[in-house]
Design a protein. Structure first.
Length: 227
């Protein structure tokens, strides 16, 4: 028995040595290529770091200084000035064009989209809002609902429903019931009464404490009358 175990161990060791030998041969054969690949990776990492440190970060700081006036105009409902600037300070459109690689320009897309919606330019509103991207659920929902509103103004209720649903799916206890009300209304416009009931019912079930839930029963009843 001891001989068998010894032979088995020796066989395993032999296999390991053979594998190590093959690995050594591989490294010796491709050492130059592997070294070049490692250097390339280091160069890329270094370039990315340098790009962020010496280009993106200064651009970000400059963009923050430039956008504040447009934000002030936006807060005052001066949407044309917010979009296009006043001659001394740039508007959101120029911020997007000049500082496109920065987070500030990303935020300017949301500002621009809402500004276009406010002045009744729904196509540009949709275009800019669709370009906006964020991991923040509330900001994402804000973009979605404004896209939905723009489609509603255009009478494109199917598209509006798609974006109202996306906005509601972000599950904000204050805002989602508002978005679900909008969703129910466009389903009514489309004659999709069961979908409207489902939207209103979701407010009743999931957002009982919301202002919308207090009067939702009448909307459910009205929609059910059309089934």
């Amino acid at each position: 028995m001891a001989k068998k175990v010894k032979a088995k161990i020796e066989g395993s060791l032999g296999s390991i040595e053979e594998s190590l030998s093959k690995s050594e041969q591989f490294l010796e054969k491709y050492q130059k290529q592997l070294t070049i690949a490692a250097i390339v990776v280091l160069i890329i990492v270094g370039l990315v770091y340098a790009y962020k440190k010496f280009y993106i970060m200064p651009q970000q700081a400059e963009a923050l200084e430039q956008i504040f006036k447009a934000q002030q105009y936006f807060e005052k409902d001066s949407f044309n000035l917010a979009l296009n600037g006043d001659g001394d300070y740039p508007g959101f459109i120029q911020i997007i064009d000049d500082y496109g690689a920065t987070n500030v320009a990303e935020g300017a897309l949301l500002y621009a989209g809402i500004s276009y919606y406010k002045i009744g330019d729904y196509d540009n509103a949709i275009d800019y809002l669709k370009k906006f991207s964020t991991k923040d659920k509330m900001l994402a929902a804000t973009a979605f609902v404004n896209i939905g509103d723009a489609y509603t103004e255009k009478g494109e209720f199917e598209n509006a429903a798609e974006y109202y649903k996306k906005a509601a799916d972000e599950n904000n206890k204050i805002l989602s019931p508002i978005y679900l009300m909008k969703l129910g209304r466009v389903y009514e416009e489309l004659g999709k009464w069961q979908d409207a009931v489902d939207s209103y019912q979701q407010i009743k079930n999931d957002y009982k404490e919301s202002a919308e839930a207090r009067e939702i029963e009448k909307f459910i009843t009205r929609a059910k009358l059309h089934l």
